[in-house]
Design a protein around this ligand. Structure first.
Ligand code: UD1
Ligand code: UDP
Length: 350
């Protein structure tokens, strides 16, 4: 069996870092990097830390508007798929690289397998929501991380090829050894700092929302560690918000995975709009406040591990100061990647 895997953005490298070794033990994998993320701290570092093999193809599409970026990916992917003739194309998550992988394969009649299928925010203003819906409707095998994601697919009439595997990130989060002396080198102590990440387009590209988050950070217990995504760094400059950055915030470059998990593990609380970070926080039993109005990981909110606080400073500070999110660790799945690979073999091995 030959699988072409399409990745392009930070969370996809991390997820491929879990599934790829399991897949390569039983099948041939051809890895395509679209080049959506290209900074060393958003790309190379994950290949190195997670021992992900060098991509067989690098499309180097870079950053652009959604249509242009996705279009360049399609143009790059089509000849590769025609040449490689895989049995199945594997895609992860909900980025433009996911969408391009799904469309390029489906148009050529090649089956698509989607890891992290069925997640929905029910907010079509999010580019990720469009990507997920299209990807799921193109996919033949849909690997769902949660029962809620499986139910979402059923509501859209997708029941064939749907498998509840659990979240592949569960496997990785427990495998990572904390990075020694990291907290010390950052001048913080375990359980005495707040960790923040912000990169969602709906927050970064809206001056009021971004300013609301900064205002909230004025009153959140410090010190505050904030590894800043390049998109957010640029908007802070564009909107002239640098001067509103509270003194308690330590601005960091985007971190490698091992460093990030170390900071998540020992944080007193995490404020984030990231899908992956909210799930990891819950996995590690760290209270998490979601800087959005809705989440795809509804079970985290239902179980009070996570609280939706949006970007209104009063709502954020109120929830954090009352400790509304609870430190209940999740029960983690042990072998989602095995289930995924077993299913691929059963379906596509000749
Ligand atoms: C993308 C995904 C998002 C995912 C996130 C993970 C889409 C629509 N969005 O968002 O779902 O949660 O990745 O981090 O696919 N930039 C750099 N260096 C890079 C990459 C990007 O400086 O290596 C800057 C560029 O200014 C670029 C901006 O970040 O315009 C946004 O990058 P892009 O890949 O379009 O979206 P993300 O916000 O990273
Ligand atoms: N992450 C990281 N370094 C950082 C920020 C995030 O390694 O500086 C990891 C994080 O632990 C998680 C993944 O990147 O595994 C989440 O990616 P991101 O927040 O960019 O995207 P999302 O999950 O929202 O799509």
């Amino acid at each position: 069996m030959k699988v072409v895997t399409v990745v392009g953005a930070r969370p996809q490298f991390i997820k491929a870092g879990v599934v790829s070794p399991v897949l390569r033990a039983r099948a041939a994998e051809v890895l395509v990097h679209t080049g959506q993320h290209y900074d060393a701290q958003l790309s190379d570092i994950f290949f190195r830390q997670l021992s992900i093999p060098r991509p067989d193809y690098q499309l180097a599409v870079g950053s652009d508007h959604h249509g242009a970026q996705t279009g360049r990916m399609l143009m790059g992917l089509e000849p590769i798929l025609l040449d490689e003739r895989p049995d199945v194309v594997m895609i992860y998550g909900d980025t433009n690289s996911t969408l391009a992988g799904a469309l390029a394969a489906a148009k050529l009649g090649i089956p698509v397998a989607h890891v992290e299928a069925g997640l929905r925010s029910f907010n079509r203003a999010m580019p990720e929501e469009i990507n997920r819906i299209v990807a799921d409707h193109m996919a033949s095998r849909l690997y769902c991380p949660t029962p809620a994601s499986q139910a979402n697919l059923a509501r859209e009439g997708i029941t064939a090829g749907v498998i509840l595997t659990g979240d592949v990130m569960d496997e990785l989060v427990v495998r990572i050894e904390p990075v020694a002396y990291l907290l010390q080198s950052m001048g913080v102590r375990a359980c005495e700092y707040t960790l923040v990440t912000v990169h969602r387009q709906e927050n970064t590209d809206d001056r009021n929302r971004l300013a609301g988050i900064l205002d909230a950070l004025m009153k959140v217990p410090g010190p505050i560690l904030w590894p800043i995504h390049p998109r957010t760094r640029q908007r802070l400059i564009d909107y002239g918000l640098g001067s509103r950055m509270p003194d308690a915030v330590h601005r960091l470059e985007p971190l490698g995975y091992a460093e990030m998990i170390t900071l998540e593990r020992y944080a007193a609380q995490i404020l984030t709009d990231s899908g992956g970070v909210q799930r990891e926080a819950a996995a590690l039993g760290v209270p998490v406040y979601i800087l959005r109005q809705e989440t795809e990981w509804v079970e985290l909110v239902e179980s009070e591990r996570a609280v939706l606080v949006g970007t209104d400073p009063l709502a954020i500070v109120d929830a954090v100061s009352q400790g509304k999110a609870k430190p209940y660790p999740l029960v983690l799945e042990t072998n989602p990647s095995e289930r995924i690979v077993q299913d691929l073999i059963e379906q596509y091995a000749k």
